[in-house]
Ligand binder design. Structure first.
Ligand SMILES: [Zn+2]
Length: 76
């Protein structure tokens, strides 16, 4: 039985999913609704101070989303 993904502790509107940076392949965890981001899956049940824009620093929301892709794998 697969464990459901954890609900975002910030907005409660979506589930935290696994993503990957296209440039370096780094895997991270993010809520697609509010763009809260966690680098360690062990931390997704706690709050985070990191957001997608601060993580990628492209300065452009569309560029941020173009730089990442959903990544298959076990849920956090
Ligand atoms: Zn959220």
């Amino acid at each position: 039985m697969t464990k459901p993904p954890p609900q975002c502790v910030h907005c409660g509107q979506d589930w935290v999913r696994r993503y990957r940076r296209k440039d370096c392949g780094q895997v991270f965890f993010m809520c697609p609704e509010c763009e809260s981001l966690w680098l360690d899956e062990a931390d997704v049940h706690d709050g985070t101070d990191l957001y997608l824009s601060e993580f990628l620093l492209t300065g452009d929301s569309a560029a941020d989303w173009a730089a990442i892709e959903p990544c298959a794998g076990p849920t956090p």
